[in-house]
Design a protein around this ligand. Sequence first.
Ligand SMILES: Cc1cc2nc3c(=O)[nH]c(=O)nc-3n(C[C@H](O)[C@H](O)[C@H](O)COP(=O)(O)O)c2cc1C
Length: 170
Amino acid sequence: MELSKIFEERFSVRSFKDTPVEDSKIDALLEAMRIAPTGHNDQPQRVYVLKSEDAVAKVRACTKCAFNAPLVMMVCADMTAAWRNRYSGRSAAETDAAIVTAYMMLKAQDMGLTSCWVHHYDPQKLKDAFSLPENVEPLNLLPIGYAAEDAAPLPMHFESKPIEELATIL
Ligand SMILES: Cc1cc2nc3c(=O)[nH]c(=O)nc-3n(C[C@H](O)[C@H](O)[C@H](O)COP(=O)(O)O)c2cc1C
């Protein structure tokens, strides 16, 4: 699909069909995750594909925002592996994880799937539930699946501010 069409058609979906996501599509999502750019190409992303009944039940117990998606990508980063800005000391981990998540979100849309970016969770709960290593932080959740018939954008979807308020052209 043309990229501009993907941008136009995407909205956050919070209600999914039971239909599982095909393994070939999961592979394509993981390839998008793999080739996403990261700071200094340090590739700190660590992605957990939550698709088994057990894994999906666990993530749903940690957040109401896994919704009823048949698949949840838990995008984490190894905080010790991410590039750091030598001047500010700031880690690129969250930026890297955001790029990886955006790539998968757009790839999902390209393949007829839908998703919702999620931050509404207690990271420690996820760390405990999935026995994540100490240095691995869950930074984004991405529930993915086929949109339910009644899935519709929330009013917020249409509330994008005008370009003049968001961008400065010098
Ligand atoms: C960083 C980030 C965190 C978000 N967290 C949540 C969340 O926890 N729960 C939720 O339902 N939507 C969440 N969203 C979705 C936003 O509410 C949504 O993207 C925004 O309202 C614009 O709507 P649209 O995605 O339909 O265009 C999040 C989006 C982003 C980018």
